[in-house]
Design a protein around this ligand. Structure first.
Ligand SMILES: *Cc1c(COP(=O)(O)O)cnc(C)c1O
Length: 363
């Protein structure tokens, strides 16, 4: 018996998605950093991305990078969130590069790198309108200068991140600003900016639109590889699988019940007020998976099945006539939010298909 609930992770489909995006972007002169954070640094998924031709791996959590190092994943690894001061030592020991925006942090990385007799690469992130991380463009040259003066650090390049906090789309204008900043660093300081990291899955539309690419030579892709969708409008990407990862959960109750609750109505387990329309009696099914394991709003159910609600441990469905019997399994596609929670829940098994034979990197 397969464990439930479980994520079924189809490595061949992930490989296909990654290969396709790597090839399409290569024709635009752009390499791919495969982003592993949603997989919690799964060594098998990382290996799959590397076989598909990603040039490096990126993760926002040092714990995940450490896990991949421990599993001997052979790749350059970038910490793509600004390091915590409290983790600087771990960052220089395990990540080759990190994305940075604060000089205190960069100074600490230099100090820890000196102590460890290591060199650490620094990419400076620039704020281009989305108002998440980034140095203001006018302050960038100053930050590069300060970085260059610090021992055991190598200034590797610049990057930006859009479409995450505010939904600002990568476009010809903001990408041109990033290219100009790379040019101006080179002209002012007489050095080469190796990496110009243009953004995440939200940059695909811009990158593949035929627009001028300028200096951008890398994108960091997670969601588009794993879920097969672009992230500006969450449309499927032509030629990619959107079901490389699915969630399977098991029925623990199936009954015909009224569609409307009875009694005086107060808050639910998660505080929302329930809104219900009377549809008479319906077939209501409960799956053994809940808010603790998945974001119920991010589940796409099979035809004829609708998610009605969820509490911590129960997912409530309404189905067409034929009842899902106790013990039956239901398969869902997931969005990013549902996926990250399911990956993080220890109660959700992770089953790789095909059962992996490429843990061994020498093969
Ligand atoms: C998560 C993340 C990415 C990857 O984003 P996707 O939308 O999954 O492609 C890229 N860059 C940074 C800084 C991130 O935090």
């Amino acid at each position: 018996m397969m464990p439930a609930p479980r994520l079924e992770i189809d490595l061949d489909k992930i490989h296909h998605n990654a290969c396709t995006l790597v090839e399409r972007l290569a024709s635009r002169g752009i390499s791919v950093t495969g982003v592993t954070k949603v997989t919690l640094g799964s060594a098998e998924i990382a290996a799959t991305l590397l076989r598909a031709g990603v040039s490096a791996l990126g993760d926002s959590r040092i714990e995940n990078i450490e896990a991949m190092r421990l599993a001997q994943v052979p790749a350059s690894m970038t910490l793509i969130r600004s390091p915590m001061l409290s983790q600087a030592k771990r960052v220089v020991s395990h990540a080759d590069l990190s994305f940075n925006t604060e000089i205190e942090v960069i100074r600490r990385l230099s100090l820890e790198a000196q102590k460890a007799h290591r060199t650490h690469g620094v990419v400076l992130m620039v704020e281009l309108g989305d108002l998440r991380e980034g140095i203001m463009p006018d302050d960038l040259i100053g930050s590069v200068r300060e970085t260059l003066n610090l021992p055991n650090l190598v200034f590797k390049g610049i990057g930006t991140n859009l479409a995450c906090r505010s939904g600002v789309s990568p476009d010809v204008r903001n990408m041109a600003v990033l290219s100009e900043l790379a040019d101006s660093i080179e002209a002012t300081l007489g050095l080469t900016v190796d990496i110009v990291s243009g953004g995440n899955s939200a940059n695909l539309h811009w990158a593949l639109s035929g627009a001028k690419i300028g200096r951008v030579n890398d994108l960091r892709l997670g969601e588009s590889i794993l879920l097969g969708r672009e992230t500006l409008h969450r449309q499927p990407i032509d030629g990619l699988h959107t079901d490389a990862i699915t969630l399977i959960a098991e029925v623990i109750e199936s009954k015909v019940k009224p569609s409307q609750p009875s009694g005086e109505i107060a808050q639910t387990a998660f505080g929302e007020a329930p809104s219900v329309t009377d549809r008479g009696h319906v077939t209501q099914t409960i799956l053994a998976v809940g808010q603790q394991d998945v974001d119920p709003c991010g589940l796409q159910s099979p035809a004829g099945i609708e998610v009605l609600g969820a509490s911590s441990d129960h997912l409530i469905l309404e189905s067409d006539n034929d009842a899902l019997s106790v013990g039956a399994e239901v398969t869902f596609q997931l969005n990013y939010s549902a996926l990250v929670r399911a990956m993080t829940s220890p109660f959700v098994a992770k089953v790789m298909k095909p059962v992996s034979t490429h843990n061994n990197f020498s093969s």
